[in-house]
Design a protein around this ligand. Structure first.
Ligand code: 5GP
Ligand code: MG
Length: 179
C-alpha cells in the first residue's frame, strides 16, 4: 500500500450486511401487497439491490426491477442539495406497487424526490428500503419503511458506495480514516 493510499475502517462487515439483508427481505416479503416493481436508485445502491433481490427470491418474492439515476453529489463528500434525474426508468409505474431501493437516507431530498416522482406518475403504492440511515442529518420529514442500519454523521464507502468514484467494489461498508 502506498503512503497516500487511504485507510478504511470497517463499519459493517460482509457477514453483518448479508445477515441484515436477509432479515430485510423477510420484512419486505411480509409487507408485500401485490406484485412489486423495485426501483433502484443508481448508482450507490446497485450492490445492495443485487443482494436484496436474491434475498427476496429466497423469501418467495419475485419482483420486477428497474433503474433510475438521481444525483445530488458532485465528486466530494457534501451534497449540493439539488436532486437531478440523470437517467429515467424504462418501465411505466402507473398503478404499480413500487419499492424504492436506495443506499443512504441523509437529508431525505433524494428519497423524497424519488417517492414524489412515483406518486406523480400514478403508482398504486410506494414503499422505501434504505441500506443506511443517517437519522441526525434529516432535513425533510421522510423515513424509510425498511432500513438496514442507522449510522452517525460519517462519510461511508464500499458495498456500492463511492468517494470520488472509488471504493464501490469493497465487500464491506467502511469509513475513510481522516488523519
Ligand atoms: P440525501 O438526498 O438524503 O441528502 O442524500 C442521500 C444520497 O447522498 C445517497 O443516496 C448517497 O448517494 C449520497 N450519500 C449520502 N451520504 C453518503 C456517504 O456517506 N457516502 C456516500 N458514498 N454517499 C453518500
Ligand atoms: Mg444515491
Amino acid at each position: 500500500m502506498s503512503v497516500d493510499e487511504p485507510v478504511i475502517d470497517v463499519l459493517f462487515s460482509e457477514a453483518e450486511i448479508a445477515a441484515r439483508v436477509e432479515t430485510l427481505a423477510g420484512e419486505i416479503a411480509g409487507a408485500q401487497n401485490g406484485e412489486l416493481l423495485i426501483v433502484v436508485i443508481l448508482k450507490g445502491s446497485f450492490v445492495f439491490a443485487a443482494d436484496l433481490i436474491r434475498a427476496l427470491d429466497r423469501a418467495g418474492v419475485a419482483p420486477q426491477v428497474d433503474f433510475m439515476t438521481l444525483s445530488s453529489y458532485g465528486v466530494g463528500t457534501r451534497s449540493s442539495g439539488v436532486v437531478r434525474l440523470t437517467r429515467d426508468l424504462s418501465e411505466d409505474v402507473g398503478d404499480r406497487h413500487i419499492l424504492i431501493v436506495d443506499d443512504i437516507l441523509e437529508s431525505g431530498r433524494t428519497l423524497a424526490a424519488a417517492r414524489d416522482m412515483m406518486l406523480d406518475r400514478g403508482a398504486a403504492s410506494v414503499l422505501t428500503c434504505l441500506l443506511l440511515d443517517k437519522a441526525e442529518k434529516r432535513v425533510l420529514p421522510i423515513e424509510a419503511d425498511f432500513k438496514g442500519f442507522v449510522i452517525g454523521d460519517r462519510f461511508v464507502v464500499g458495498y456500492g458506495l463511492d468517494l470520488a468514484h472509488r471504493f464501490r467494489g469493497l465487500p464491506y461498508i467502511g469509513v475513510v480514516r481522516q488523519d
